[in-house]
Design a protein around this ligand. Structure first.
Ligand code: NCD
Length: 371
């Protein structure tokens, strides 16, 4: 039996995703009904990077299902501090837990770990790459507030380069009908190439890249604000220069539709002034609440307690081995020992390939590159 994992949004089919969202709403209405469903089950929670909402919502989710939680909230208190590899850690964890959730500062770390995992593994955020469970939260919030996931214009604003929640949200929302994206960021913080080319352009999704929040507001059904991700910048002076590019306040909001909702994965720094919190359209704290229920639904699905995930839904993509390491210095292949350099094909004629772990698009030319 193949184990299912959630590393990126595409790991779930649209049908499975919809069923998980429906289960999330059902649990929210009547959590008591599910309070014993995970009795005797253990969630291993491995957080190599700081977190408030994601870690606590996963732990609360497991406890509310009647299960237990083991793990760490800082790598300093685990054997990683002694130099243990990620894959050895995950093999060990598989002996203790039934399901594992991992947050890591290195891009592609959960994907490298899953290759040695004998229990379902959930990516709770890997560097500036992906954050699929925040996306589940966002989808449940949008569906509950708007009643639909199609026919929407979404404005994504702030750090679109390093903001992993944005990358996963674009991947997921671009699978629904008639979705338009307005991508609002400074030039330096535009979406990565693999999102622009491999998702938006390839799938023919309507999108616009702009610097101007105020001009964009009038068209939006959802405004998704994000924090400028200080921890991902190589040069802190660059962060200081960009950090207050966008500050949403009550004055700017006058331009927005009456039924536009404001979301934010949180934590916020300065990008939404606290005055906005009292506006009916501000939904980011409600979004936090949805996060716990959807994680309860996800745990029940991955553990097969709720029969939602199909066993045969795993698409095996063609993988190319190479002697070349991924050029992204933040990719897991540049940190961990014994991780193979493998790629997916983007455009064979142009010799373009995408790193299997972090999605970075790069050129692999000669036969000596491709094994
Ligand atoms: C986000 C994250 O960790 O990527 N937070 C979250 O999980 N709710 C967003 C952020 O840190 O800015």
């Amino acid at each position: 039996m193949k184990i299912r994992h959630l590393i990126e949004p595409e790991d779930l089919s649209i049908e499975e995703l919809d069923n998980i969202l429906n289960l999330g709403s059902k649990i929210k209405k009547n959590p008591e009904e599910y309070s014993k469903t995970c009795q005797g089950k253990i969630l291993a929670s491995l957080f190599y990077e700081p977190s408030t909402r994601t870690r606590l919502s996963f732990e609360a989710a497991m406890y509310r299902l009647g299960g237990s939680v083991i793990g760490f909230s800082s790598p300093k208190s685990s054997s990683v501090a002694k130099g243990e590899s990620l894959q050895d850690t995950i093999k060990t964890v598989g002996c203790y837990g039934d399901i594992c959730v991992m947050r890591h500062h290195i891009e592609g770390a959960p994907k490298a770990a899953l290759m040695k995992s004998n229990i379902p593994l959930i990516n709770a955020g890997d560097g500036g790459h992906q954050h699929p469970t925040q996306t589940l939260t966002d989808l449940l919030t949008i569906k509950s507030l708007k009643g639909r996931l199609n026919n929407l214009t979404l404005g994504l604003c702030g750090d679109l380069k390093y903001g992993r929640t944005v990358h996963s949200l674009i991947k997921a929302m671009s699978r629904y009908e008639n979705i338009k994206f307005i991508l609002i960021s400074p030039e330096e913080l535009k979406i990565p190439k693999y999102i622009r080319e491999e998702i938006l352009i390839k799938k023919n999704i309507e999108f616009k890249e702009t610097k101007n929040l105020e001009e964009s507001l009038v068209d939006l059904d959802i405004l998704y604000m994000t924090r400028i991700q200080q921890e991902r910048f190589e040069d802190n002076s660059e962060y200081l220069r960009l950090k207050d590019t966008y500050i949403l306040d009550t004055d700017k909001l006058k331009k927005a539709k009456e039924d536009m909702f404001i979301l934010h994965p949180l934590p916020r720094v300065n990008e939404i002034s606290t005055g906005v919190d009292d506006d009916r359209r501000a939904k980011y704290f409600q979004q936090v609440e949805y996060g716990m229920y959807i994680r309860m639904a996800l745990i029940l699905s991955l553990l097969n307690i709720e029969n939602i995930l199909k066993k045969d839904n795993i698409v095996d993509e063609e993988i190319i081995k190479s002697s070349k390491k991924c050029e992204n210095s933040k990719c897991v292949v540049n940190y961990e020992r014994n991780i193979k350099n493998i790629y997916k094909i983007v455009d064979k004629d142009k010799s373009l390939y995408k790193c299997f772990y972090c999605d970075n698009i790069q050129r692999l030319e000669g036969q000596e590159d491709i094994l």
